[in-house]
Design a protein around this ligand. Structure first.
Ligand SMILES: [Ca+2]
Ligand SMILES: [Ca+2]
Length: 365
């Protein structure tokens, strides 16, 4: 059951005021910004608030999508979007391809036009993109991006310009590579690679040279790596192969230095602590915790290792893949909240934006 409270329709661009204290009560006052300006709601979006949540809206005009990340302008996003041009799954479902678009649902650009794409990310110069695709290995088994035992071994990493042109292939092998992101200074790429059925993290220079493995764990399956603002520390999550069949699968969020040293846990429970993303202030991270097998919620974690995480989303169903704009004012995430009654747990996923400007998570001056 999904309950939408305080629905406000905006037919024109409007700043929603008076709602900004919703949801902040549960968050620590040490991180609330006193003089924040509310985020402008895009034309055609419908603002909704739920008890204890900050205002949010679904991004208009964009097809079913997951895992969106902001570019350096804090306006454009990159994501895999469902596309009829992608190959179909064995069940006949449409695959996903990389697109960029604004968080107002405009300026949509198709970056890759064939195969099936995984994770993607902006370079901080805003001119180049890194993305994951099986486009050159269509003769290999399709696999399943969501099933660790059947990851697409044909997935490779690519860099292109903003129009999807000038494509440079970074990897060329029969191993799964994905979950790729770029350091804030643009010098480094971090990604996950499966070798002999085991996931580990690797780093390379952003021109594709000096590839180096940085985790060496047999049971732990590492992924979803992101650089903190210091360009040295990498935030990621891991689960254990020996616990994969537990549902929800227990997961831990860690940090490790770019050279593989100084591994530290950043969550301290046996929950499913999944999908981390660092905030621009260098002190927090967003992540997802499974409240129940069918209700996942976004949390704000603290890198101080002491403060308990605070919950950010409050809606039955799937809330996941959180990321934050470089200015710290907007959280984009994927939710099943607009899928309507009877939709499956992870079906009908749409991108939403939450005005988190009140939390003061922007870069340190
Ligand atoms: Ca491993
Ligand atoms: Ca939820």
């Amino acid at each position: 059951m999904r309950t939408v409270r305080n629905k406000i329709s905006t037919s024109t661009t409007a700043v929603v005021t008076g709602l900004l204290c919703v949801g902040i009560a549960g968050l620590s006052p040490d991180i609330s910004a006193k003089d924040h300006k509310a985020v402008k709601v895009p034309t055609g979006a419908t603002v909704s608030t739920r008890d204890q949540e900050m205002p949010s809206w679904q991004i208009p005009n964009i097809a079913e999508a997951a895992e969106a990340y902001y570019g350096p302008d804090s306006e454009h996003l990159i994501a895999q979007v469902k596309s009829p041009l992608a190959v179909k799954s064995p069940r006949g479902l449409s695959g996903f391809l990389t697109k960029t678009f604004t968080d107002s649902g405009t300026d949509e650009t198709l970056i890759n036009d064939r195969g099936w794409d995984g994770c993607s990310y902006f370079f901080p110069d805003g001119k180049r993109l890194v993305w994951t695709s099986i486009r050159d290995n269509m003769n290999m088994p399709l696999g399943n991006w969501s099933d660790w035992r059947n990851y697409p071994q044909g997935a490779e990493l690519y860099v292109s310009d903003r129009e999807g042109k000038n494509v440079q292939r970074l990897t060329n092998n029969q191993q799964y590579e994905a979950e790729v992101t770029v350091s804030p200074d643009g010098k480094w790429i971090v990604f996950g690679r499966m070798t002999n059925g085991n996931m580990d993290l690797w780093v390379m220079k952003s021109d594709g040279t000096e590839e180096k493995q940085i985790t060496f764990t047999a049971d732990d399956q590492e992924g979803a790596p992101y650089f903190l603002p210091d360009n040295e520390t990498i935030l990621f999550r891991a689960w254990k192969a020996s616990e994969y069949d537990q549902k929800p699968t227990p997961m831990t969020i860690y940090t490790v230095k770019r050279d593989g040293s100084d591994l530290k846990p950043r969550t301290f429970t046996h929950d499913m602590n999944w999908a981390p993303y660092p905030t621009p202030d260098g002190k927090h991270f967003l992540f997802v915790r499974a409240e129940t097998p069918r209700n996942w919620e976004v949390y704000l974690g603290y890198l101080d290792g002491k403060t308990p995480p605070k919950r950010v989303t409050f809606d039955e169903g799937f809330d996941g893949f959180p990321a934050i704009s470089p200015d710290g004012r907007k959280m984009v995430w994927t939710s099943s909240r607009s899928a309507g009654p009877g939709a499956g747990f992870m079906s009908g996923l749409q991108l939403h934006v939450m005005d988190v400007s009140a939390l003061g998570l922007g870069p340190k001056k």
